[in-house]
Structure formats: structure tokens, C-alpha cells
Write a protein that binds this ligand. Structure first.
Ligand code: BF8
Length: 651
């Protein structure tokens, strides 16, 4: 068991890792133990962009020997910059292709071509219409929605000029982007250009490549991802704070358990509605179950939790473990972060694994394709299949951990506005005031994945706890949000239990947790909007890079996380990553990202796998920004002790 404890700190996961071993089922933690990462690839020192290679160019141990280049002469700096830029491009592509799918469905819904979706949030439609330059006037809502859909789709392929949503950024940031040449055009163009420039024999100046990486990432954060978030909010409803539950213990022994896993929320939304049909309730009872229990994994989970309170069964590293409970009748998956190993794991139990996206099939899974017009049909078919499959469950294989935790989620850029400012005078001023007076020391975004190369949930949890203890308000998304939820940090009571005095006082006054769940990974665009709102509210500088704020992803594994980190940095939020750093093989590339970016973009990257040291780096950065803003004194006043106060009074 000693070895099991290194795999995760999360008790339900530990229980299922042990059960998997007893059931002789291999899971990600076993594979990570037997397959070590290639050290040359991990450091970015391998180029496989042409068939003369792969060329491996690590620095020779004997320092007197010259460092090899690729056969074409590409230096280690060029190679690692290319690899890094391609990671950004792939991550941006994943987010943005998701966004495009949403935009296409949005347009169909606006035209009345699908019955399942229609505009739910009119207010947000008008806001987005203005940002896209769509005239509102007296036009009917449908006409506005159609033009919003058309313009949003056109944004992906914008060949020239400046991305429409990127215009939302603070003026000073936009001026900087123009000055250094990274103002993003359409994300499709930025991704294609990145792939072109990193092809053999094109861009061979690592600095020049890394500036394009910044532009492509900005095309994601302020383009593809932001379009996904905004249109989902209009179509599915803007999330508002609501209660939910998280962890493997949300699976129910006597129920037909269906898990939705992946990233695109459209089909899951329909599943949520259809699962409530009394006809299915009766059918479930007829096979001996008490009903149907829907739960989510990964970012789909975040989407349906934020809007419907559907429970989360776990994060990326818990996807196989959910099946190991032996209690899942059906798992439906679409795109991104879905392990191919789910198919063999499912075969060891009775679980039906169903792929639904035209873009993603898995050998060994059943494919029921979601084609925009058949959401209700597919959803109903899957529910029937799950109910039918209940009889195949083997009770002797079922073991569901009891661990689960309450959480309050649904903190968007808009809800923070209302919660702190009130419904009728919604504003970020109260948040800014509390940052200025020092009750809140600063704001941190802790985002991204879980990674089997580090102890599951440990780095992110220790980091978040350290930050809130030091009065840093933490915003979470993606799988990092699940870490906070599983540890009870997304309950309002966590403020009193875990936060520093200043942060706790603000959270308790408003009734919010010290860690705010802002959604899925495309919803990191909400963090950009929140940062912009803080700048615009005033008193904390003129640019996002002036704010006492920092970003982190200590358990990252996906290329999407690299794109997010890159657009955080290019937007002015200095960001620390853990686990490994993909350019460590090149001093020049790493120095450019870790130091020279700060001169150009006013923010930089940092690598620190130790959570306490990473927290210290973030807090030091926040304190430096406070000092530059001249609000470090305010913080000292809050901490003034009584003896000193008495001294002052006497004087
Ligand atoms: O997009 S945090 S493991 S699930 S990549 Fe994937 Fe990472 Fe989880 Fe959501 Ni984001």
C-alpha cells in the first residue's frame, strides 16, 4: 500500500486503485509506473518535424564538446521553441474546435433548425452582439442571434485585423499587443501560421517563433475559448452559484449510473433533460433500480454541474476509477482527455463505453454519432441502453467509495460582479477595495489537469491551501477545480477553516468560498474577463500585468494547459507550471520565456514543481505588484498589532 499512497492523496481514488489491483485491471497509475517518460523529449530536445530525423540534440555531458544540431542545422533553441509553439497550437486547436462546434450549433438554434436549444440568456446575447458589432436597435431577437452566430463563426477564420473579443482587453494591453505584434487575428489563421512557421526550414529564430506562440495562444483565450464560453452561456444559460457534490461517492449503488465525460456540453445538456422523463424512471424501476443517476467526469462535468448541479464523479485521473466501481452502466465520451484505456477497463466490468463525436472514435467502444439534429434521439437511446445494461451488473464486483463532498459552484465573471456588488449596483469595486485595503492580498488562477507523473491532487491542493491561507483569493477551472472540491474547499465554510483572516472576513461577509469554481477549461476565458473587469473598476493600475495576480498549473499534462498558460502570460498574468517544463533542454528558449517575456509582455513563465515553493513565488509576485501599486502599506496597516496601535494613540 505504501506505493499506492504515492499515486494519490485522495481516499476514494486510493480505494479504487486498490480495487483495480485486486480485480487485476490495469489503470493509468500502473502504466505510469512501468513506462518512464523520455528525458530528451520531455526537455524539448527532440525534433521529429521531418524524415531526416528524429534528431536528438541534448547538451553533451562533456562540456568541451559542441552541442549537436539537427541534420538541417536547427539549434536546440529553435527545436525547443518549435516544440513549445506546436504544443500551444495543438491546445489552441482543441479549445477552438470545441468553440466552433458551439458556434455552429448556436447558429442552427438561432435559425430555429434544432428544437433542443434556443437563446436562454438574452442579456448576454445583447452584450455579445455589441462586442461583435451587431446592431441591436429594434431588431427582433432572432435576427440578432443569427447575425451573432454568423459573426462568431467568421471570427475563427478572420484573416486580417484584430479579433473582436480581444477588443475587450484593457486599452494598455491592446496597445502592447499592437506594439509587439501579437494582437491575434482569427485563431484558425494563428494556428495554421504556427504550424507553417515550425515546419522544417521556415522560422528559425527561437524568439520570433515564441512571439507567434503568444499570438496563437491569445487567439485561443480571447478568441476560440471565449467564443465557446460566451455562446454556451447564451444557449445553455449563464451559470449562477448553486450547490452540488463531487467525488466517486456520487455514484449510487441502487441506481442506473450514467457518466458523461469529455468537453462538449450540448449532448449532455439533452441527456440531463431526457433522464428526468418519468418513462425512464419507470423503466429503471422495472429492472430493479431506484432510478437514473447522472454524473460527470472532466470538463463536461464542470459544464453540467455549473448549470444543473449534476454531480461530478471525478477528474482526469479518476475516469478509469469510476468504471472500477463496477457500478457504471454506461459512459458516454466525446472529445479531449478521454483515455483510450477506458475501452479495456470497461470490458473488465459491464460498462458500455459510447463515443458520440464525429471527430473521435475509440476501438472497442460503441459509436452513436451526435449530428446536431439527433440529440434527443441519441440521448434517449443511450439512457435505454444503460437501463438495459443494469441487469448485467455483477453485484460482487460493485464497490462504491463513500467519499463525496458538498460544493458551491457557478462563479462566472458576471456572478462575481453581482455577489460582490449587488444585483442593482453590480460592480467589481468592492473586490478592488478589498484588494486595496489588503484583506484580499491578491488573486490567483489555479487551473489545468491531473497528471500521473505526480501524486494525484497533491501539488494543486497544497498550493491552493497555501494561497488561501495567505489571503489570496483562488479562481479554479478544469480538473484543478475538482481537487479543490474533493478537499472541501468549495464550501463557503472553508473560508473560516482554511483561509487567512482577511480573505475569510470578505468571504464570510458575502457568503462565498475562498476558492471560486469558474468552470471548464474553455472557461479560463472567464478569468481573462474577470481580470479585465478588475482593471476597469480602477485603483489597481491600467493593465492586467499591474494586478496583484498570478496563474498556476502544477499538475498539467495537456497541450491545452500550455495554451492557457501562454495566453495568461501574454495577457499579463505571470504563471507557474509544475510536473515538468517542455523547454528545459534549451537555456535560450527557457530564458526567453522565463525572463525576456517580462520585458516584452510584462509577464513571464516560471517552473516549480514544489507546491509550497510555487505558492511562495506567486505570493512574492503578488507582493511585488502590491508594492508597485503603492498598496503594500495598506496591507501592513491591516496587520498592525494592538501594542503598536496603543503606542500610536499615546503619541
Ligand atoms: O480541458 S483540465 S485534464 S479535462 S485539459 Fe483535460 Fe486538463 Fe482536465 Fe478539461 Ni482541461
Amino acid at each position: 500500500m505504501a506505493d499506492v499512497f504515492e499515486k494519490s492523496i485522495e481516499p476514494a481514488s486510493l480505494q479504487m486503485i486498490k480495487k483495480a489491483a485486486d480485480d487485476k485491471v490495469q489503470v493509468v497509475f500502473d502504466r505510469a509506473a512501468s513506462l518512464k517518460p523520455c528525458p530528451i523529449g520531455a526537455d524539448g530536445d527532440c525534433c521529429k518535424n521531418c524524415a531526416m530525423g528524429p534528431c536528438r540534440v541534448p547538451a553533451p555531458k562533456d562540456k568541451t564538446k559542441p552541442r549537436p544540431t539537427g541534420i538541417c542545422g536547427a539549434t536546440a533553441a529553435t527545436i525547443s521553441a518549435r516544440n513549445f509553439a506546436r504544443m500551444v497550437a495543438a491546445g489552441a486547436a482543441a479549445h477552438s474546435d470545441h468553440g466552433r462546434g458551439e458556434a455552429e450549433m448556436f447558429l442552427m438554434a438561432a435559425r430555429g433548425e434544432v428544437s433542443e436549444f434556443k437563446v436562454k440568456d438574452e442579456q448576454k446575447l445583447y452584450q455579445v452582439a455589441m462586442d461583435l458589432g451587431v446592431e441591436i436597435g429594434d431588431r427582433p431577437l432572432q435576427e440578432i442571434a443569427i447575425e451573432v452566430g454568423e459573426k462568431a463563426i467568421a471570427e475563427f477564420g478572420r484573416q486580417h485585423g484584430e479579433g473582436a473579443f480581444a477588443q475587450r482587453a484593457p486599452e494598455k494591453r491592446k496597445e502592447l499587443w499592437r506594439k509587439v505584434g501579437v494582437f491575434p487575428r482569427g485563431v484558425d489563421r494563428e494556428i495554421v501560421e504556427t504550424m507553417h512557421r515550425t515546419h522544417i526550414g521556415v522560422d528559425q529564430d527561437y524568439r520570433h517563433i515564441l512571439m507567434q506562440a503568444a499570438r496563437a495562444a491569445l487567439g485561443d483565450g480571447w478568441g476560440g475559448s471565449m467564443i465557446a464560453t460566451e455562446l454556451q452561456d447564451i444557449l445553455l444559460g449563464d451559470p449562477v452559484p448553486l450547490a452540488g457534490e463531487i467525488n466517486l461517492g456520487v455514484l449510487k449503488k441502487d441506481y442506473v449510473n450514467i457518466i458523461v465525460h469529455g468537453h462538449e456540453p450540448l449532448l449532455p445538456e439533452v441527456l440531463v433533460v431526457q433522464a428526468q422523463d418519468p418513462e425512464f424512471q419507470k423503466a429503471a424501476e422495472a429492472v430493479g433500480a431506484k432510478g437514473i443517476n447522472l454524473a460527470g467526469i472532466c470538463c463536461t462535468a464542470n459544464e453540467i454541474l455549473m448549470r444543473h448541479g449534476i454531480p461530478i464523479a471525478g477528474n482526469f485521473l479518476q475516469q478509469e476509477l469510476a468504471l472500477v466501481t463496477g457500478a457504471v452502466e454506461l459512459m458516454t465520451v466525446d472529445v479531449q482527455c478521454i483515455m483510450q484505456a477506458l475501452a479495456p477497463v470497461a470490458k473488465n466490468y459491464h460498462t458500455l463505453l459510447v463515443t458520440t463525436s464525429p471527430k473521435a472514435k475509440i476501438d472497442g467502444a460503441l459509436h452513436l454519432e451526435f449530428d446536431d439534429h439527433n440529440a434527443t434521439k441519441i440521448a434517449r437511446e443511450m439512457i435505454k441502453m444503460a437501463i438495459d445494461n443494469f441487469k448485467n451488473r455483477k453485484p460482487e464486483h460493485v464497490e462504491i467509495p463513500t467519499h463525496k463532498c458538498d460544493q458551491v459552484v457557478g462563479f462566472t465573471y458576471e456572478t462575481i460582479n453581482y455577489l460582490l456588488g449587488g444585483m442593482f449596483r453590480a460592480s467589481y469595486h468592492p473586490l478592488n477595495d478589498n484588494i486595496i485595503n489588503g484583506r484580499i492580498r491578491g488573486v490567483a488562477g489555479v487551473v489545468g489537469c491531473s497528471n500521473a507523473r505526480v501524486t494525484h491532487n497533491k501539488p494543486n491542493l497544497e498550493l491552493i491551501k497555501e494561497l488561501i491561507k495567505n489571503d489570496v483569493l483562488v479562481l479554479v477551472t478544469g480538473c484543478a477545480a475538482h481537487v479543490a472540491g474533493e478537499a472541501g474547499l468549495l464550501r463557503p465554510e472553508a473560508a473560516k477553516e482554511f483561509a487567512g483572516e482577511g480573505l475569510a472576513s470578505v468571504c464570510e461577509a458575502v457568503g462565498i468560498p475562498p476558492v471560486l469554481h469558474m468552470g471548464s477549461c474553455v472557461d479560463n476565458s472567464r478569468i481573462l474577463m474577470a481580470a479585465t473587469a478588475i482593471v476597469k473598476a480602477g485603483g489597481l493600475g491600467n493593465d492586467i500585468s499591474d494586478l496583484p495576480a498570478a496563474g498556476a498549473s502544477l499538475e498539467w499534462m495537456s497541450e491545452k494547459a500550455v495554451s492557457i498558460g501562454e495566453y495568461f502570460v501574454a495577457s499579463g498574468v505571470s504563471t507557474v507550471f509544475g510536473v515538468t517544463w517542455p523547454t528545459l533542454g534549451s537555456e535560450e528558449t527557457t530564458k526567453f520565456l522565463f525572463e525576456e517575456y517580462e520585458d516584452i509582455l510584462k509577464a513571464k513563465w516560471y517552473f516549480e514543481p514544489d507546491p509550497i515553493k510555487a505558492a511562495k513565488w506567486m505570493i512574492d509576485h503578488i507582493d511585488k505588484k502590491r508594492k508597485e501599486l503603492g498598496i503594500d502599506k495598506a496591507r501592513e496597516r491591516v496587520l498592525f498589532d494592538m501594542a503598536k496601535r496603543r503606542e500610536l494613540e499615546v503619541a
